[in-house]
Design a protein around this ligand. Structure first.
Ligand code: NAP
Length: 504
């Protein structure tokens, strides 16, 4: 029987007002998994209104109590980890061990952020006048619209929903149309954990309709978006019209640098994992290998051999190394880029075609190019699939320059045993995340996550910095002198003496 999934608005599971649905397909075999509510602006508006109605009471719920609910969510996620991971693989395609990692990240985030219920730290500082106290506290912002992609269908929503809720905001969650079932299962867990009605709402349906409406609704105060740079730029422009706070996590064109002195075996393992893990569909996936000329022949030879040996298939099978890509559109886009690479003069070393042996599903052969010039399109644009371009350089300076000269700035990595080279790279690589002797993927939730240039707009998710996205700073002064003490520049006015030049 085909599963039917509804929106969750004001604590009720409801069909789209039109009754329309869309199909959710397993990319491994094109099996129909479920029929999903196809929402439009009217459904999105209803969800925003439910979130706005729930906001005053949630805002005043003590943060430690909010944290207790999120802690329960974490426990339920842990209990259901395997079931969620299997659904994740069926809906999105990544191999089961990676799907477990995706769910684990949500568990980690739940427990980490639940603890913030007893912190949400502000600060005090000395003040200029006697008998006066000053403090800075975090306040909630209001209704947050959370718009997410399909490639980490539970981890990325968790990076946004947990910090939004702990800070006292209410949420409207619009997941990617390729992964709505996992989103609904995630929301059900909040319901089971006792989250009050209206605090978290789910609206499924096309970004251009349900998502677009969230960008314009005056009651939405924050938009937290992860997805392509193209859609994210549109989100920023539209949300600016009503002065919403906008946090964007977007595309990447990440590189591993390998210097001549690197540990070759370690580099090979890390490059394979970074380039072809999640079928190259991680925002932090390595799509450029910047290699010093001395080690290049040996590294290339080892990579070709190992890449050819990767086994494609359904991510539920233990024999599968690389699962399908998300949908037919992605398959066609990846193949178009491979053809562009060949036309540009890059040399195809292996892969380079759609894999058809499975009969059904969306599989692309892991692909390696060498003789890639840094300004070729395959070295500049996000392909978001299992395609790695090898770029030869003469030294570290050139490697850093090539790494930084792209429109994105999420993650970079260097393999070297020279501590001086490692520190120069840490200083000079202009990405939000830098790894030394590790691939480009594998961020941990207690550190800031995000990127520079076309990857973001200055915010960082996860870690303590996630709280900055979802809180307003409020400065509070308490004067307990019992008389008017001025801290302003208007000395002498009204017969009082000022102590400072503080304005405002
Ligand atoms: P996408 O097509 O940009 O979609 C992202 C989300 O935005 C989806 O929920 C989509 O809904 C929605 N959306 C699309 N148009 C919209 C509009 N006009 N108004 C409001 N919402 C709209 O991206 P994707 O293909 O799902 O994800 C892949 C991209 O995400 C890659 O570029 C990857 O690098 C990036 N990514 C970045 C990070 C990071 O942290 N930097 C992490 C993961 C992924 P529909 O699904 O209904 O179209």
């Amino acid at each position: 029987m085909t599963m039917r999934y509804r929106n969750y608005i004001g604590g009720e599971w409801v069909d789209a007002h039109s009754g329309a649905t869309f199909e959710d397909i397993n990319p491994a075999n094109e099996e129909l998994l479920g029929l999903i509510a196809r929402s439009d602006a009217q459904d999105a508006d209803a969800a925003v209104e439910a979130a706005a109605k729930a906001y005053p009471a949630w805002r005043l719920t003590p943060a430690p109590k909010r944290g207790e609910i999120l802690f329960r969510v974490g426990q339920f996620l842990l209990e259901r980890k395997e079931e969620l991971a299997r659904l994740l693989t069926r809906e999105m395609g990544k191999v089961l061990p990676e799907a477990r990692g995706d769910v684990q990240e949500a568990i980690d985030m739940a427990f980490y952020i639940a603890g913030e219920g007893r912190r949400l730290l502000g600060y005090t500082a000395p003040v200029e006048l006697p008998n006066k106290f000053g403090m800075a506290v975090r306040d909630s912002v209001g209704v947050a619209a959370i718009i997410t992609p399909w490639n980490f269908p539970i981890a990325i929503p968790s990076w946004k929903i947990f910090p939004a809720l702990i800070a006292g905001n209410t949420v409207v969650f619009k997941p990617a149309s390729d992964t709505p079932m996992l989103a609904a299962e995630f929301v059900k867990i909040f319901e089971e954990a006792g989250l009050p009605a209206g605090v978290l709402n789910l609206v499924t349906g096309p970004g251009g309709e349900a998502g677009e409406a969230l960008l314009h609704h005056p009651l939405v105060k924050i938009v937290s978006f992860t997805g392509s740079t193209e859609a994210g730029t549109h989100v920023a422009v539209e949300a600016a019209k009503t002065l919403k706070r906008v946090s964007l996590e977007m595309g990447g064109k990440n590189a591993v640098i390998v210097l001549d002195d690197a540990n070759l075996d370690l580099a090979v393992e890390a490059i394979l994992w970074s380039a072809f893990g999640t079928t190259g569909q991680r925002c932090t996936a390595c799509s450029r290998l910047i290699v010093q000329q001395g080690i290049q022949p040996r590294l290339t030879e080892a990579l070709v051999e190992r890449t050819r040996a990767l086994r494609l298939g359904d991510g539920l099978l233990p024999t599968t190394d690389v699962g399908p890509v998300i949908n037919r559109r992605a398959l066609e886009k990846i193949h178009a880029y491979v053809q562009i690479g060949q036309q540009e003069g890059a040399r195809l070393l292996c892969g380079g075609d759609i894999y058809r042996d499975s009969g059904q599903g969306f599989y692309y052969l892991p692909t390696l190019f060498d003789r890639v010039q840094p300004d070729m399109r395959i070295a500049q644009e996000e392909i978001f699939g299992p395609v790695l371009s090898i770029i030869a350089v003469k030294d570290l300076s050139q490697a850093v320059e090539v790494n930084n000269r792209v429109a994105y700035g999420l993650s970079s990595s260097i393999f070297t045993q020279d501590v001086n080279a490692a520190f120069r790279a840490m200083r000079d690589l202009t990405t939000g995340i830098v790894y030394v002797n590790h691939g480009t993927t594998g961020a941990e939730i207690q550190f800031p996550f995000g990127g520079t240039r076309g990857t973001g707009n200055g915010h960082r998710e996860a870690g303590q910095t996630a709280l900055d996205i979802f809180t307003e700073w409020k400065a509070i002064y308490v004067d307990y002198s019992g008389r008017l003490q001025r801290a302003q520049i208007d000395t002498g006015a009204f017969g009082e003496t000022s102590v400072s030049g503080q304005a405002g």
